[in-house]
Every structure is written in C-alpha cells, then in structure tokens.
Design a protein around this ligand. Sequence first.
Ligand SMILES: [Zn+2]
Length: 339
Amino acid sequence: MLGIKELKERIKTTETTVECPVKRCKVNVKKMNRGDQKRLDSYLDKGKTSEARDVFRDYFCKEHGIYITPTTFIYENYRDNLLWYDGGDKVLFDNMMQVKRVKYQLYHDNSEDALSWNVFRFLERTKLLHRFLEGLHNSLVKSPEVIYWSYSQSQQKVRNELEKARAEFWESPQRSSEPDLVVKSDDVLFFIEAKLRALNKIDFNKNHTAEDRAERVRRYSKGDYFLNQPVENIMDAGYYQLMRFWLIGALMADNENLNFYLLNLVRKNEEKDIELEFGKYIKQNEKREFMRVTWEDIYKYISTTGLLGEEKDKMLGYFRNKTIGYNGKGELQKAFSIP
Ligand SMILES: [Zn+2]
C-alpha cells in the first residue's frame, strides 16, 4: 500500500507523459485522459484485470502494479488497497463483492470505498464501533450488524429491509441507492455516507435530462413526509444523493420502528456547514437526524481507546500515511489533518 512515506512529494507531467509517483521509480507512462480512465474503470468494474493490463499497458508501471493518472493512481489489484484481507475478512469481502454494484472504485487510491472498508472493518472487528456510535448520540447501540454496500452478513445477500425500502421508491436494481455502510442495532439504524475527495454537492441537472428530473421528482416525492421542502428544490440544490439516503433510511427505520441517523463522513476541513445546509431541507426530530462526522474524529477515537497492539498501530499508521493524490501543480496532498 502506497502513502506519504512511499510516494514522491512532487511528480512531473508533460503534455504527453506522467512519471510514476513511487519514490526512486524512473518509469514514465503515457498521460491518461478522462476517457481512457473511464474505459479502464469499466474493465476493472467487470473484474477483467488481466485484459485491462494488456489494453492499458501504456499507463501502467509494472514494478509497482499501478495505473498512473496525472493526479492519482489505480491499483492493478484491489487487494493492495485493503488493510484487512485475510481469513474471515477475505470471505466477507468476497461475498460482499458479489452484490456490490459499483466495484471499480475499490482499485482507486483516492476513493472512499477502500478507506471505508479499512476503517469500519477495523472498528467492527475490534468491537469499537458501537462505542463510537454511542458517543455520537448518547444512547445504546446493542448488537450492531455492519452492512457494507448493502451486503447483510446475517442474511448473506442484499439486506431484505433495504431492498424493500428501495422498492417503495421504485428504484431499479441497476440504479439503486447503495449506502457505503449501514449499521443496524436493536433500536437504531445508521446510514453512513462516506466522502474522501468528492463532495456531497452534485449538479444533477448537468448530467440528466428534464425528463430524468421529472421522473425522479415523481418517485421520491413519495417521501415528502420526511422532507421540509419539495424534492425538486433539494435536487436543484445539489443534494440528490444525500436526499435519497435520507428517504430510504428514514423509511427503512420507520418500517422497523427504529430511530434513524444519517451520518455524513467527511474530512475535517471540508463541508463544515453541511449540517445546516442539507439540514434545512429535511424534517429532523427525536427519531431521525442528519449528522456530520469527520474521519479525523474516528482517528482520534481510535487513538484514545485502551486498545493496544499491532492492528491498532497499522490502522493509525494508515490514517497518517494516507494521501488523496496530487494537485494540479503535481504536489502530493495529505488526506487528513492529523499530527
Ligand atoms: Zn513505478
């Protein structure tokens, strides 16, 4: 796994080439554009890794097993992006991959998917997760089940209750809302929407037609009861994605008589006003709430627990070493604001 310690502080790019970001590596590859990257992603999404290596060899550093872009890199094998992939972790991860809808991001160094797995699988295994969640809202989190990208460990498939809530909004399986994480406990349901480099706000109208918009408005307006403003206002404000998670989570919690929290996991210095910004569009009360949480909060929580040992050190080292790739000037960017 490659981070601050292994990567060059600065990389050189020309009109047509990019250098390998790994320290002391002399390899220069062809510069990848957006179209090339999309094509590569579609190979990886289908698991065609050996074909990808052949078709995209001009962008690949053989020695380090990465595809290089001007701002980041993509692992040839997603295992290199994962901290935990042994024994039970492997079984769970492989099962989860059977149902995960979008897979290519797991190969990307700067995606939130590998980060989410690395952090939440650690919290789950060390039994720290329920205490972290309890600290956020001051009530007990009993017998939590962690659902990674819709995959329920107890049901060994997409969780029934989630499928049902999606169906109530007529979501098709290929385009259904896939929360990064769901934690279901005896009394509380948590949805966690994780962000690393991307922001919550997305201009829906830029990539969709007026008909698309009208169709979404019709479907999600069924959840008006959970909202303070009409669906179209929320979509136009850029919060289509968060709104879907809010509606599906709130409905799922209602169906099972649970309290609901939508946690938006972001970096400390990003989207500081999101609670106010998105919060004004939704109906919050003692049963359901939207909350901003930072990756740095989790780092701090882990570092102050009494837990000792190699795995904790590995986890904290990962946070400190994590980058989000290179900026436009070719300078390496540290992911988190931690000492
Ligand atoms: Zn290299």
